[in-house]
Design a protein around this ligand. Structure first.
Ligand code: GLN
Length: 559
């Protein structure tokens, strides 16, 4: 069943295998007809994740990269669309020499080839089949896996099935859904070796035994995967349950199970560290769906792990900035304006950027957030009324963001997209060089529009600094008069890892922490002033100060 956590279960197991010294990679299978995730709406599938080779892929690949600490490529996301496209292209060019081209064996062969190629050169390859057992879409993939089992020696392949273990009203764990999905799997010739039960609490020993008996696996091959406070705790559960050791044993990877590794200890320390520090970050976007900005959430979390700070991310709706949302912006210690396409919410994002700039609230603009940072500055500081991005307002008198002349002639929209890892040169003595600790960085891109070259000199003369460039393209902006105002044309969130936080996010967090301390000190200062001097004329409601608790305050909506 989708959304159950099989990706996190697989990735966490992979992390432990990597910790034990094995090289691990992953393949995510998405049984939809789209060739890749590039054209998919974030409301349906969440964020489009970008790999270093420029592939636009399912967000689960982001989880694999974050857990495994490896970089993957387009070949690690297999979709129905990709397999069919390739087979049909081969058919059109006559490669099948007159054969009837069919799902079995041609599509299934193509699927197996893709898995083998992605696994090449590694000790272990995790293959996650998305979707639900029994769905028509998933059938060719499950058939390919059945053939794989048939063709592969027992000690080289394990099938794991992640199932939901719900509770009855009287609190009893129910194994029926597991029994039925295993029955469904067996009807297509697949017998799982391992069962992982997703449930609110650990599986009772009785539940494990029942599952083992009805699903024909040893009891020690049934594992609990209960809810945990954070996804990065799942490897710790997997280790406690012994799933990694079971895999190592069954795949005959080592003579004996390796002891708990130092790397797993470091992971444990990192993800379970307690802290009293907390900052509030406003994320001003247009999708009220956490998955649409998952890499940003994770990058903020990684920065928090790095600095020992809890980061609360508060969703601010750029499209409908009502009082509650405005209050979240005012109460924020830092503001993030994420990437995006199209005009919806652009006005709210520009307002949020102006607020952060004028009130010295730490700001990080990503891609569209960077571009709108330029727009806001052009309008308000440079005085270019109506300045905008040509993507959003094609009739603007000042298209400060537009297509470069060489892009404008391109008719195929896909052809103008700049994707994947590119290097940025960073000016020494800039905020960017301080946070990156050097004069270059390589980050991933996914955009079409650029800062228009004819406005750069005026923008810089008015105080905006483009401290990172890639040839004629502006990549990083900063505002030297502001405590932390940084925009990046690229998406640093895609390279952030739990144990390697992304510099722009760590920089934002440091600045947000200072902002929080400043506010706290000022509140304490103004409180004592009020106590001693009731007639003092000092304003007690400053723009960036937290608003009075009203008791009716809307609970912070965590995205
Ligand atoms: N829509 C903008 C562009 O295409 C920004 C893209 C993004 O934020 N990913 O340039």
């Amino acid at each position: 069943m989708s959304g159950l956590g099989k990706g996190i279960t697989a990735a966490s197991t992979g992390r432990l295998l990597a910790n034990a010294g094995f090289s691990v990679t992953a393949v995510k299978i998405d049984p939809y007809l789209n060739v890749d995730a590039g054209t998919m709406n974030p409301y349906q599938h969440g964020e489009v994740y970008v790999l270093k080779d420029g592939a636009e892929v399912d967000l689960d690949l982001g989880n694999y990269e974050r857990f495994l600490g490896t970089d993957m490529t387009a070949d690690h996301n297999v979709t129905t669309g990709k397999a069919y496209k390739h087979v049909i292209e081969k058919e059109r060019s006559g490669d099948y020499l007159g054969d009837t081209v069919q799902i079995i064996p041609h599509i299934t062969d193509d699927i197996k080839r893709r898995i083998r190629e992605a696994a090449e050169g590694t000790d272990v390859c995790l293959v996650e089949v998305g979707g639900t057992v029994g769905d028509i879409e998933g059938m060719p993939f499950l058939e390919a896996i059945r053939q794989f089992v048939h063709e592969t020696p027992d000690e080289d392949l394990l099938l794991a099935h992640v199932t939901l273990v719900p509770y009855s009203k009287n609190g009893e764990q129910k194994t029926k859904p597991t029994q039925h999905s295993v029955k469904e799997l067996r009807s297509i010739g697949l017998q799982p070796d391992i069962l992982v039960g997703r449930s609110a609490e650990e599986l009772d020993p009785d539940t494990k035994e029942k599952i083992a008996l009805f699903c024909d696996v040893p009891t020690e091959a049934v594992f609990s995967n209960p809810d945990v406070p954070d996804i990065y705790h799942v490897p710790l559960t997997i280790e406690a349950e012994g799933l990694d050791r079971y895999v190592i044993d069954r795949l005959d990877l080592a003579g004996e199970a390796p002891p708990r590794t130092e790397r797993t200890e470091r992971w444990r320390e990192l993800v379970t560290r307690e802290t009293d520090e907390q900052v509030e970050i406003a994320l001003v976007g247009k999708y009220a769906l956490e998955d649409a900005y998952i890499s940003i959430h994770e990058a903020l979390k990684h920065a928090g792990l790095d600095r020992g700070v809890d980061v609360n991310v508060n969703w601010v709706d750029a499209d409908r900035m009502d009082d509650a949302h405005e209050r979240r912006l005012r109460e924020a210690d830092g503001v993030v304006v994420p990437g995006g396409f199209g005009s919806r919410g652009a006005g709210g994002k520009i307002e949020a950027i102006r607020y952060a700039r004028e009130h010295e609230v730490p700001f990080l603009g990503l891609c569209l957030g960077f571009q709108l940072g330029v727009v806001e500055f052009a309008r308000d500081v440079l005085g270019l009324a109506g300045a905008h991005s040509a993507e959003i307002d094609s009739a603007t008198p000042h298209p400060v963001i537009g297509l470069l002349p060489e892009q404008a002639d391109e008719e195929d929209l896909g052809g103008t997209m700049r994707l994947g890892a590119h290097e940025t040169e960073i000016d020494p003595d800039s905020l960017a060089s301080a946070i990156y600790g050097g004069t270059s960085c390589t980050e991933r891109h996914r955009h079409r529009y650029e800062v228009a070259p004819e406005y750069i000199a005026d923008l810089e003369a008015a105080g905006l600094r483009f401290s990172g460039r890639s040839g004629r393209r502006m990549e990083i902006l900063e505002l030297p008069t502001h405590p932390y105002f940084l925009g990046t044309q690229f998406h640093p969130e895609f390279r952030s890892r739990p144990d390697r936080a992304s510099p722009p996010f760590v920089g934002l967090l440091d600045a947000a922490l200072e902002h929080e301390h400043r506010n706290r000190d000022r509140d304490i200062g103004s409180d004592s002033e009020r106590d001693t001097d009731a007639n003092g004329d000092r304003s007690t409601s400053t723009p960036t100060g937290p608003t009075e608790p009203t008791g009716t305050a809307e609970p912070t909506e965590s995205l």
